[in-house]
Design a binder for this molecule. Structure first.
Ligand SMILES: [Zn+2]
Length: 1143
């Protein structure tokens, strides 16, 4: 040491000036990063802005957020060496520890991802991971049917969200959250590819056959065709899901086509029927003429801009209750004016409904003397003949609507008198078509003055509210329309006409000719369409099977309260929908699906359905499948007791609604579990996760079937039987639940869980996927994003490159799915850029650990302060990310990853670390401590991104330069075997003063960089290593802390290393003697209060050939006249001077 000192003091004698050629500062690769732009403003996603010129593919280590002002001498030199470029300064190149890895910068995902998936499959990694978990199940129940064969981006969003959760649950062992050991999760994803769904695909296929070909198919042939199509589609969809990287038990998929589930569905139907929740009735239902079946609300779409022919029709009043206020005497030609958008329902009109609280006016129609000049002097279009008649009628309309009707009809309406709606009740009018006398009735709050006339045309056979009002008044349910949507003979002269086409026109024409039409106009609105055929539906009364929601609505509402809804506002949505939903029409006029187990008496049409029959059919279906209903004879389908009456009955032809089908899946599975056919599934499921449209679909259908079959009443009865050891318990159990006595024990165990509960403990909903402008995707707009093309690339790979599944998954994680989300080429490009940077960070870590061994780990208390602080930050990030996984807030994880992994780490720790890593000496303490920190980062980051980016994580894992040993001593060959990173309380326990101190340092460093930039622009320095930093602060505490850093013994914490400058000093004052030779300076406030003065001068001494730091010691060392003392120490250890001299 004394020798060193003496050499230093005489350094000028040895002053060595390197030639210009060894001093090449300017990198051919310019990478500029603007730190200010890197931290996204709160709530706004800003992507990292890096400008990288073309041809920059050679950039490797430096494109991770470094700057021109950073000195990268040894790195550049080494890189050139590794690329075979002749080195001028190659003398010490072999003493520099360059990054090295087999992990490529390019993802090459179209090749690598399938390779990784093959590794998982061949090694049964999913199975291994799941088998290692020994705790309770986590059941994510995969959702309802897919509407068509090809998966779209919405499916990808849904499936990937599920997979992120599944993979997280599989990896995260809860004991790391608390010290207390909790049970681990066992993940099972039910891949329910529902019968109804897939079969409906087949249905579309059959629709494309001509009518004759379709009619030639017997029900059995059609079912066989459907089943074949279903199985093929299952296969196709599975392969797409696998390509997304979705993990599941693919070899044992869950198909409702299987007889065991068909039987379970009959079981549920039976339970509900026996409790009296199922009834047959004639009610208006949504009917699709194009597919000739009833439809549930969830099978409808409501496209905007449907244009209906709306009419204002008038019905002539013939009698009024004789009260003093009877209007008929005063206005003999009195009419009720109604408005409808479905003129074809007028033949079925049975009443006109009024709102009792509304005020109605009797008005006289007067033609306008002059046509309205605003309409160009022309008469209004679509006016009826009645307005041309000399003797115009008096009309009853809502008072409030008089001005708008005047404008609409282009007439003057003189208000003669007014009356309350309640006074109009029991007025009678003549039906305009068949001269029936019909009443005025009091309707509900649905009668408003928003549109129309305030009087509502009521046809109980064609509308839900009309039906309810009709029930109240005993009105006939008239519905003269057949399965094809044509008027029947009952509709008289309109018989045979298509109600949505010529039938509608004929009715309008008839009304006009009979002076019953005021006006006709086009009306644009939302209208229910069949989701399969994309054609309009109608409301039509038919004989159907219904589930009486009224019977268990209260229990359902109660169950909703006990579910966790994500986002919370979803609870409101489903509550509102459930509280006002009408009875559920569950029968469908189709031959595919599960049959409704009912027989009808040939003469009386009375249905025959009881416990015995349901049991019998159930056991047949369990053995032979649903087809049996069609191929077996009546004698075989009926239980023995009824066989001799077989000739008197016929079997029903209806099947169950697909929503009933999907709603009962979990019952099916738990029933199967009770029967020992499937273990590991439990009730209720932990999570349902679907699009918001499922509030009226699957969330509701499964809730209703669950509550209706597993209500308290039944369970208490069974419990009662068992507890009291009542003799008839076996019968009772069978009666109540249709279960054999053997199941009771299991039921008792689970009954607490079952009581009146929803089938899920939490429900997560996501929005729809729109294009980048927020528009709905459609082929005509050309804005459809196909997940297959995102992964594999489009035809033009330049415009639509193959991004791979991980970029798609990264996008899924980045969006706030609680509302509608957006995707498009620009967003995908941004995602791919984020992915590339993440990959770059991981590559930096891998490459700098190429010679790392776990036994090199530096103990925590021996780590430099900067390293302890880095671990503190890492641990915080891991904890934070775990919290966000738990709360399903993946977009927050994405933001943290962006900020921490891509920006913060690269800007500070990695940047500062390069000096230690590359030139600190292979076996030096500072390099090992740095590698200890890097290894911790690599192992944590790779595991916390794994649920979102499983392929990237596995790719990293397969390139790990060392083995990872788990706590049980086994080697983790795959990333998911390594589980979630173990939490480290010690790292988190950094003292507050230390945390504050590093915050100060980081802030100060940013300010120093600003002044350095100014000095660089002023050509004082090139790289930051050319500079010396001078700092003054009057804050004693800060000054002494900084002095401490300057004098620190370990090289890692030294202040000038943190600044990446050659020297740094703390000035005692700002007197001229200290500042006279400092050309650049600036002032700032640290933490908003501590004033700090920063000066920049050129570094003192000469530039070290090896590390490019300036030092006055350069030239002091015999044999190594171009080295600084640090490098001398490193080199002297590795390479004795005489050897160096020879080279
Ligand atoms: Zn050096």
């Amino acid at each position: 040491m004394s020798l060193l000192k003496s050499l230093t003091s005489n350094s000028s004698a040895f002053n060595f000036k390197p030639t210009q050629s060894t001093m090449t500062h300017s990198s051919p690769y310019r990478v500029r990063c603007y730190y200010e732009q890197l931290v996204p403003p709160p709530g706004k996603l800003t992507l990292l802005t890096c400008f990288i010129p073309k041809g920059s593919h050679q950039l490797k280590w430096d494109n991770i957020c470094s700057s021109k002002r950073r000195s990268r001498g040894p790195v550049m030199a080494g890189k050139k060496a590794s690329e075979g470029i002749k080195q001028e300064d190659g003398k010490y190149k072999h003493t520099v520890d360059l990054p090295k890895t087999t992990f490529g910068m390019r993802a090459n995902s179209s090749v690598r991802e399938p390779e990784i998936q093959k590794i998982w499959e061949e090694n049964q990694v999913f199975k291994k991971v799941v088998e290692k978990n020994s705790g309770a199940n986590f059941i994510l129940h995969d959702g309802p049917p897919y509407a068509n064969g090809d998966l779209h981006i919405g499916h990808a969003l849904n499936k990937i969200l599920k997979d992120i959760i599944n993979r997280y649950k599989a990896a995260a062992s809860p004991f790391i959250v608390n010290v207390l050991v909790k049970s681990m999760s066992y993940v099972q994803m039910l891949h329910g590819v529902k019968q109804g769904t897939i079969l409906l695909l087949c249905f579309s296929g059959i629709m494309s056959l001509d009518e004759k070909a379709r009619n030639d198919l017997t029900p059995l042939k059609l079912r066989a065709k459907a089943a074949k199509f279903a199985k093929e589609t299952v296969k196709k969809q599975m392969s797409s899901f696998k390509r997304y990287g979705v993990w599941a038990d693919w070899n044992d998929p869950y198909l409702t086509l299987d007889p065991e589930y068909e039987a379970a569905q009959i079981e549920v139907f039976g339970q509900m029927a026996l409790k009296g929740y199922i009834y047959r009735g004639r009610k208006p239902v949504h009917w699709s003429p194009s597919s000739r079946t009833a439809l549930a609300e969830a099978e409808l779409e409501y496209p905007e801009k449907h244009v209906s022919r709306s009419i204002y029709a008038i019905f002539r009043v013939v009698s009024a209750p004789l009260t003093p206020s009877s209007l008929l005497q005063e206005f003999p030609n009195l009419c009720l004016a109604v408005w409808t958008t479905t003129p074809w329902t007028i033949p079925a009109n049975a009443a006109v409904a009024v709102n009792p609280k509304l005020e109605y006016a009797v008005v006289e129609i007067k033609s306008l003397a002059e046509p309205d000049p605003s309409s160009g002097g022309k008469k209004k279009k679509g006016l009826g003949l009645v307005l041309e008649d000399e003797r115009k009628p008096f009309l009853i309309v809502a008072s409030e609507l008089v001005p708008s009707l005047e404008a609409k009809w282009g007439v003057k309406l003189d208000v003669k008198t007014k009356q309350l709606g309640s006074e109009l009740e029991n007025y009678r009018y003549i039906h305009p078509i068949d001269d029936r006398e019909c009443p005025v009735v009091v309707g509900g709050d649905y009668i408003t003055t928003e549109t129309g006339t305030g009087l509502v045309h009521t046809a109980p056979g064609h509308g839900q509210e009309d039906y309810v009002t009709g029930q109240k008044y005993g009105l006939p349910i008239f519905s003269p329309v057949d399965d094809d949507g044509k008027f029947t003979e009952e509709a008289g002269q309109f018989g045979g006409l298509d109600v949505l086409g010529e039938g509608n026109s004929a009715v309008v024409k008839y009304l006009d000719e009979h002076l019953s039409l005021i006006m006709e106009e086009s009306y644009e609105h939302k209208y229910p369409y069949d989701w399969r055929t994309k054609k309009p539906t109608i409301f039509r009364a038919t004989e159907q099977w219904f589930a009486s929601v009224e019977g268990f609505r209260h229990a359902a509402m109660d169950a909703i309260n006990h579910v966790k809804w994500v986002p919370p506002q979803a609870e409101n949505r489903i509550s509102t929908m459930t509280s006002c939903r009408s009875d559920w029409c569950i029968s469908r006029q189709r031959t595919w699906g599960v049959p409704i187990p009912v027989f009808y008496h040939l003469q009386s049409r009375e249905p025959l359905m009881n416990e015995e029959i349901i049991d019998h059919i159930k056991s047949i279906v369990a053995q032979k499948g649903g087809d049996a209903w069609w191929y077996m004879t009546m004698e075989d389908l009926l239980p023995t007791k009824y066989r001799d009456k077989a000739a008197e009955y016929e079997k029903g032809t209806d099947t169950m609604d697909v929503w009933f089908d999907s709603g009962t899946v979990l019952h099916g599975s738990s029933w199967a579990a009770v029967l020992g056919k499937r273990d590991s599934l439990s009730f209720p499921a932990d999570l349902y996760l679907e699009g918001t449209d499922q509030h009226r679909g699957w969330f509701q259908s499964s809730l209703l079937t669950s509550v209706a079959t597993k209500d308290k009443h039944a369970c208490f009865l069974v419990l009662g039987c068992v507890v009291e050891n009542w003799e008839g318990k076996s019968e009772a159990c069978k009666l109540i639940l249709g279960w054999s006595f053997d199941c009771v024990d299991l039921l008792v165990e689970q009954s607490e869980e079952y009581q009146g509960k929803a089938p899920y403990s939490s429900v997560l909903t996501h929005g729809f996927v729109l294009d980048e402008k927020g528009l709905k995707m459609s082929k005509s707009l050309g804005n459809v994003v196909d997940p297959r093309f995102v992964i594999e690339g489009g035809k033009n790979q330049k415009e639509a490159p193959a991004y791979g599944a991980d970029v798609l998954r990264l996008w899924v994680s980045s969006v706030d799915y609680t509302s509608d989300v957006m995707i498009g080429p620009q967003i995908l490009r941004q995602m791919s850029e984020v992915y590339r940077k993440l990959r770059g960070t991981l590559r930096y870590l891998l490459a700098n650990l190429h010679d790392w061994k776990t036994e090199y780990t530096v103990q925590y208390h021996e780590l430099p302060r900067i390293d302890q602080h880095a671990l503190f930050q890492l641990e915080n990030v891991v904890k934070n990310i775990q919290g966000n996984y738990e709360n399903y807030q993946f977009f927050k994880i994405f933001q943290i990853l962006q900020r921490f992994v891509i920006v913060d780490l690269s800007n500070f720790y990695f940047d500062v670390a390069k000096d230690r890593l590359y030139v600190g000496g292979s076996t030096s303490y500072t390099r090992k401590s740095c590698q200890t920190v890097l290894a911790a980062h690599l192992l944590s980051i790779v595991r916390i991104i794994a649920p979102i980016l499983p392929h990237l994580a596995e790719d990293v894992w397969q390139n790990l330069p060392f083995q990872y040993i788990t706590q049980d001593g086994s080697i983790s060959e795959y990333v998911f075997e390594s589980r979630w990173p173990t939490s480290n309380e010690r790292w988190l326990a950094l003292p507050t003063e230390e945390i504050n101190f590093w915050e100060n340092i980081l802030e100060l460093r940013t300010e120093v960089n600003r002044v350095l930039e100014v000095a660089r622009t002023g050509k004082l320095i090139g790289a930051s290593l050319d500079a010396k930093v001078h700092i003054y602060t009057s804050e004693d505490n800060l000054a002494s802390q900084l002095r401490e850093l300057c004098a620190t013994k370990n090289d890692a914490d030294t202040l000038h290393r943190l600044f990446i400058t050659s020297q740094a000093e703390i000035l005692p004052s700002l007197d001229d003697e200290h500042t006279v030779n400092i050309p650049y300076s600036g002032e700032c406030l640290i933490q908003g209060k501590n004033k700090v003065w920063i000066g920049i001068s050129r570094a003192e001494g000469s530039k070290c050939e090896r590390c490019w730091n300036y030092s006055q010691q350069v030239g002091s060392f015999l044999g190594h006249p171009t080295l600084c003392s640090r490098c001398y120490d490193v080199v002297a250890l590795q390479m004795p001077p005489q050897v160096a001299a020879v080279s």
